[in-house]
Design a binder for this molecule. Structure first.
Ligand code: GDD
Ligand code: MN
Length: 373
């Protein structure tokens, strides 16, 4: 059958106007209730829900597919071998063909009853993005624990200072936007981390932004996935934005991990020399081995968290990481020697060698070990 012969008049449901994208990880107990509430709130709107589940061990995807068999408005994209809130949102939005897309959490902390008001703001044609905010009159974040509330407010202040964003709640994961605006900026967004709204709001100039107050509720079921790591990823995103997008957040993590490797190397070298009367060469070999291993583990759980290697792949990755690392070290030393022979400025030669070494390791790790490109 050719495309032209499809009978479009046979379409039963009206064109979808709003896609609600919902990232999930272990949210089995929340999804049915969320769909019920969306259905109750979005009367008169042709909506659909696109869940993006990262292969949750609690069977969230199965629960969703059971629902979508009888409710065609509900769809579940199951991603395997990947993790990450921002990346999940990006893929969900990209799969939509509606005029407007919203992103919200699955745990019912984001008040779905403000969705119609957000949609009306976009449909007025005056705005490209509506950010739901806890930090204006009418908004509320009192359900946060005291410590989490403090972290959230501090991060908000830092972000506003550093990036000069006008968002009152840049850490929010609740917003709605014109899909056309998103499509245009999608290639520039980072799949790492939690802070997709901040990334979007700062990714393109001239985006017309407005806000919608809401009150942040209690989690309905299950547990939060917020962690130390999420905080670190956020720092990476900030630094990346500070460099005007020149440095990829992933590269920033790779470089930070590399710096911790130097510390590990020196520490182990020192311990090995004190503990046993080892030859320097032997002690240095052990220290480098330790540093390589800790670099690999940290990169696997932080820099490339969304593509984490496991089992046999982990072993294969480690061997490759060491081999590429050895080539990188040779390149570094070779280049530094060359430069030093010509110019005799030791630090320029040393620095140039190291930079090329780090870039090499990063490129090889991204291409062949964790395969992000
Ligand atoms: N697909 C996928 N993959 N989803 C994820 C992942 C992941 O790796 N990690 C978390 N999620 C989903 C959760 O299942 C939930 O639906 C949503 O992302 C938010 O995760 P929570 O664990 O509930 O985070 P939180 O409540 O601590 O923080 C959220 O609310 C804050 C206030 O709006 C996040 O949205 C923050 O970005 C936001 O600041
Ligand atoms: Mn939550």
């Amino acid at each position: 059958m050719t495309i032209a012969s499809i009978d479009t008049t046979a379409r039963v449901s009206p064109e979808t106007v709003l896609s609600v994208v919902i990232p999930t990880y272990n949210e089995r107990g929340n999804v049915a209730e969320l769909i019920r509430r969306l259905d109750r709130t979005l009367t008169g709107v042709a909506w659909e829900a696109i869940f993006v589940d990262d292969n949750s061990p609690d069977g969230t995807a199965d629960a969703l597919k059971a629902i979508s068999r009888s409710d065609p408005r509900v769809r579940c994209i199951r991603r395997v071998g990947r993790r990450g809130l921002a990346g999940a949102c990006i893929e969900g939005i990209l799969s939509s063909s509606a005029a407007y897309v919203a992103v919200m959490d699955a745990d019912l902390q984001h008040d779905e009853t403000v969705l119609p008001a957000m949609l009306a703001k976009l449909q007025s044609g005056q705005f490209d993005l509506v950010a739901a905010t806890r930090y204006v009159d009418g908004g509320d974040a009192s359900s946060f624990s005291a410590s989490r509330g403090k972290i959230s407010r501090l991060a908000t202040k830092i972000t506003q200072r550093v990036l000069g964003t006008e968002l009152s709640d840049p850490m929010s994961g609740f917003f709605m936007m014109r899909r056309a605006s998103f499509d245009e900026m999608a290639p520039r967004l980072s799949p790492v981390g939690f802070k997709i709204l901040l990334d979007i709001a700062t990714a393109s100039e001239g985006l017309r932004i407005t806000e919608q107050a809401y009150s942040f509720g209690e989690r309905f079921d299950g547990e939060s996935k917020f962690s130390m790591q999420v905080g670190l990823e956020f720092l990476g995103l900030l630094l990346s934005k500070l460099s005007n997008g020149l440095l990829d957040p992933r590269f920033i993590f790779f470089a930070i991990v590399g710096a911790t490797g130097i510390a590990v190397n020196l520490l182990v070298l020192n311990l090995a020399l004190i503990a046993w009367p080892l030859s320097f060469q032997f002690a240095k070999t052990i220290a480098t081995g330790f540093a390589m291993t800790s670099n690999f583990i940290l990169n696997n759980s932080l820099t490339y968290r969304d593509r984490r290697l496991k089992g046999l792949g982990l072993l294969r990755g480690f061997i490759g990481f060491c081999l590429f690392g050895a080539i990188g070290a040779f390149t570094d030393i070779g280049l530094a020697n060359q430069l030093y022979a010509h110019h005799e400025l030791w630090w320029v030669a040393g620095l140039a060698g190291s930079i090329v070494g780090v870039l090499w390791n990063y490129a090889m790790s991204s291409m062949f070990i964790w395969r992000t490109r």
